[in-house]
Design a protein around this ligand. Structure first.
Ligand SMILES: [Fe+2]
Length: 423
């Protein structure tokens, strides 16, 4: 066995802050003020709101309590850009974030500069207490989560425009595809999951704890678009016996016939991407499927989804490498050959992988005191865990123990499928 997950070397918050903030600005730099203002559905937020809310986090939790003489950029922003922190007070309603034509994009960018200046003063002043440094670090990881949401929310927005506009020019084609796909055997017995050792992690990744697993196998590769086309052509969306009851209700209520963003054109499948419309690449991992579609596909294939514990045990020997946002592809890329060391291919990057585990507290988990305790713990109902990061995730944001979570009907994230089976 190789050593467990290579621990990422976390730079200090002072070193990390400017790069993370600049990366957010770069995501928005190619967009118009109109692009940044519109909200395409209640689940998605305007880019302008993400730019302001990530800034609000530092202003509200870091600067106001800790930087002597700090003056808020605009006191009204405390309510306007509060996402869900009841301890902070009132919130502007989420479905109405797209109605904020004011402040303008330029004012929000000025807000970012105001807070960045104050953060620079704080970080370059006296030595900060470890708890405050942890909070600043949390703010940078929070901002990286919103970087991914900027891309997924923007993709949804642009997809609703009949002009099908591109966010950026097409990515380099990757016609290669793995010739050999198979299964990796994982031993049963006593395992541990959860975050261990140094480096940043969210509270929901701890405590690390033991658990018992039966022997299992996990697929060397994610499920591809081509696999999913077989499911569609075999009547996958028309066969109730393949679906969980709530999933079947959704298929009928929403008229789902294919993954999100797919359109039937000229006798073939095309999909909307951040590069505009493109043919569906049969060799690339399927994405924009809900938990229900992942589940139905697995049942059709005669397999199952992995639990999050199985996923973590299989993934933690693999290096955290893959098609992350830095590649510029902003789309899952064709399957690559599985590594010779027996670790799964593309387990990190490309697509978040749905697991069969609902999102709950690990044994011994306690919600932290104060507003930041609202970060993760209060969402532990009605959602499922996804693992591994996607083509919209920053590379230094993800790790084997990272637990993403979404409701089972969500499919506007880059969410895909990897199969498992009992050994
Ligand atoms: Fe947030």
């Amino acid at each position: 066995m190789r050593p467990e997950t290579r621990q990422q070397q976390d730079p200090s918050p002072a070193a990390r802050y400017p790069g993370v903030r600049a990366a957010t600005g770069q995501l928005a730099a190619r967009l118009s003020a109109e692009d940044c203002a519109i909200q395409s559905m209640p689940d998605a937020s305007p880019v302008k709101w993400h730019l302001a809310h990530t800034t609000w986090f530092f202003e509200t939790f870091v600067l106001e309590p800790n930087l002597r003489g700090y003056r808020p950029f605009d006191p009204a922003y405390r309510v306007l850009f509060n996402s869900y922190y009841n301890a902070v007070g009132e919130k502007h309603p989420r479905p109405e974030r797209g109605m904020l034509s004011r402040p303008t994009l330029q004012e929000v960018l000025a807000y970012r500069r105001h807070v960045d200046g104050a953060m620079h003063a704080l970080l370059s002043g006296r030595a900060l207490a470890p708890a405050l440094l942890d909070l600043i670090n949390l703010g940078t990881h929070h901002e990286q989560q919103h970087q991914e949401l900027i891309l997924t929310d923007l993709k949804h927005l642009l997809s609703r425009n009949p002009l099908k506009p591109a966010y950026q020019k097409p990515w380099p084609l990757t016609p290669v595809s793995a010739r050999v796909r198979g299964w990796i055997s994982c031993a049963g017995g006593l395992h541990e999951i959860g975050h261990a050792g140094e480096g940043f992690h969210f509270d929901n990744e701890s405590p690390r704890h033991p658990l018992w697993l039966q022997p299992f196998r996990i697929a060397t590769h994610p499920v591809t678009h081509g696999d999913f086309i077989e499911f569609i052509e075999d009547g996958g969306y028309r066969r109730p016996e393949l679906w969980l009851s709530a999933g079947w209700d959704l298929v009928n209520a929403r008229g789902w016939q294919a993954p999100g963003y797919w359109e039937r054109r000229d006798g073939g499948w095309q999909t909307f991407t951040l590069h505009g419309m493109a043919p569906v690449d049969p060799n690339a991992p399927v994405c924009h499927v809900s938990f229900y579609e992942a589940e139905a596909f697995a049942r059709w294939a005669g397999e199952r989804l992995p639990t999050e514990a199985e996923w973590e045990v299989a993934a933690r020997q693999a290096p955290v490498e893959g098609n992350f946002v830095e590649s510029g592809a902003l789309h899952p890329l064709a399957l690559r050959e599985a590594p010779e060391d027996g670790t799964p291919a593309q387990i990190f990057g490309d697509v978040w992988e749905w697991t069969r585990s609902d999102y709950g507290p690990y044994p011994g988990f306690r919600i932290a005191e104060g507003a930041v305790g609202e970060y993760n713990g209060k969402f532990m109902s009605g959602q499922y865990v996804l693992r591994g990061g996607s083509c919209a995730t920053p590379a230094d944001h993800v790790r084997a123990s990272y637990r993403n979570f979404f409701p089972p009907e969500a499919r506007w994230q880059f969410s895909g499928v990897r199969l498992a089976r009992d050994a």
